[in-house]
Design a binder for this molecule. Structure first.
Ligand code: GAP
Length: 434
């Protein structure tokens, strides 16, 4: 494991306000993380790009935003009460608890460090005990309180609204329902920073197709390709991405087939999106059908699902974009993902006319792009600070600006500077970013 890189990412996230340990002033809480000012921008940009490509740029997908807590009957019908479980073992030597899996030594995709720790005293494990991953909550103020669950996958919110969506929109099979939202799992071993958390966000598409093996396979392949392309289009290194097909023995209870998109993280190849053929599992369990208005044919559609993790994508975009040399640390984030698109500096912070002009440019640009004003330290330090958080452009207002209304604009990746008219800034930056 490249522990060094992981340590650097964790430290940068804390130092620069991307990700903080949850409830840190009370000693933290395992498996929960808070996103700081830059983290929330990055995460929102990832979600916005996903929504744009999955909903706005398609005519066959609509969105939904379902409640986190649903009638517990949903989880009975979906099979999660029975089958959404992990087996847990305890090591009799170090008393650590681990998720038990048969192929713990061989699995090339598990997180390496954890695997080493886990296998150290394998012969002395207790027998595996099975635990459900759903998080219980209790509703109401009088006893007995009503037991419910925080959703373990956002997915079911799309299925329970299937009829509402078909009747309130003009969707026709094949079509999809997209959703982004929080999910909760009582993970036995949270770890690897945000990778395995107990509260996390998912971005999912449930795509409904004709009930035929061949049709489902066609869409499964199509969605696999689309999803891989999306990560690459936002700058993720293709060489660090791969698909991994699930063996029959590891398929989730709802899946007929599944392939993960994995990233080569410092802790080993790791899943951050799953493409699943859920067949008619969910709709038939919820007793839901689709009626074709033209033909009158009624059937239970099959579902192809793309289920991505927002937090894991955020982590892998951060890791993938990290670059350092002797002089600087740079997050080479795609401009559409970068928290700030542009930073504006006065050359000297003690010259009121430079400050006034820089603040005016900041105000004008912030109507178009997420912009930051920085007047601290010297120019070198400001460039260093903006590179480290991935800001693609830095604008400096100097004495020449006061004479001819031009500024220098510096490119994060090439470090080249150009002098341009302030009136051309929006179109210059817009062309490179949008
Ligand atoms: N609806 C299908 C589903 O939930 P999954 O493979 O269990 O499938 C999908 O989860 C994605 O959700 C994963 O690829 C991962 O990105 C994210 N995810 C799952 N468990 C997670 C956890 N404990 N922490 C962070 N992300 C998680």
């Amino acid at each position: 494991m490249n522990a060094n890189l992981m340590d650097k990412i964790v430290a940068l996230c804390k130092r620069r306000g991307f990700i903080f340990p949850g409830s840190e002033i009370y000693g933290g809480i395992t498996g929960f993380w808070d996103y700081g000012p830059l983290g929330v921008e990055l995460k929102n940009n990832i979600k916005r790009e996903w929504w744009k490509s999955m909903v706005h740029q398609r005519d066959d997908v609509v969105g939904v935003d379902a409640a986190i807590i649903m009638n517990p009957e949903v989880w009975k019908a979906s099979g999660h009460l029975e089958a959404f479980t992990d087996p847990l073992v305890e090591c009799r030597v170090c008393h650590k608890r681990f998720k038990f899996d048969d192929n713990v030594e061989m699995s090339g995709h598990a997180e390496d460090e954890l695997r080493k720790e886990k296998t150290a005293h394998m012969q002395l494990w207790t027998e595996p005990k099975v635990f459900n991953l759903l998080t219980e909550v209790f509703l109401g103020v009088t006893e007995p309180k009503q037991k419910a669950y925080l959703r373990g996958e956002i997915t079911q919110g799309a299925f329970v609204n299937f009829e509402n969506i078909v009747s309130s929109t003009r969707v026709k099979i094949p079509f999809g329902i997209a959703q982004i939202g929080k999910a909760f799992r009582n993970e036995i071993t949270p770890g690897n920073f945000t990778f395995r958390s107990r509260e996390f966000e998912q971005m999912e598409l449930e795509f409904f197709v004709e009930a035929h093996e061949k049709e489902a396979e066609r869409w499964f392949t199509k969605w696999k390709e689309e999803r891989m392309k999306w990560y690459v289009s936002l700058g993720m290194d293709e060489k660090k991405l791969r698909f991994r097909k699930h063996a029959d023995t590891e398929l989730a209870h709802y899946a007929k087939a599944a392939e993960d998109i994995e990233y080569e993280a410092p802790f080993g190849w790791s899943e951050f999106e799953g493409i699943h053929n859920r067949g008619d599992w969910d709709l038939s369990r919820h007793k839901l059908n689709y009626k074709d208005e033209e033909t009158g044919k009624e059937f239970t559609p099959w579902v192809i699902e793309t289920s991505g993790g927002v937090d894991r994508s955020t982590l892998f975009f951060l890791i993938d974009s990290y670059f350092e040399d002797a002089k600087r640390v740079v997050l080479k984030l795609h401009p559409r993902l970068a928290p700030y698109k542009v930073a504006v500096f006065p050359l000297l912070a003690n010259k009121p006319r430079l400050v006034e002009k820089a603040k005016k440019i900041f105000k004008d640009l912030s109507a178009h792009f997420v912009t930051v004003y920085d007047g601290r330290g010297n120019i070198g330090k400001r460039y260093f600070a903006q590179d480290e958080i991935g800001t693609p452009f830095c604008i400096t207002v100097d004495f020449e600006t006061l004479e001819n209304d031009t500024v220098t604009i510096r490119d994060r990746d090439t470090m080249k500077q150009e002098r341009i008219k302030t009136s051309g800034l929006v179109s210059f930056i817009g062309k490179k970013i949008l």
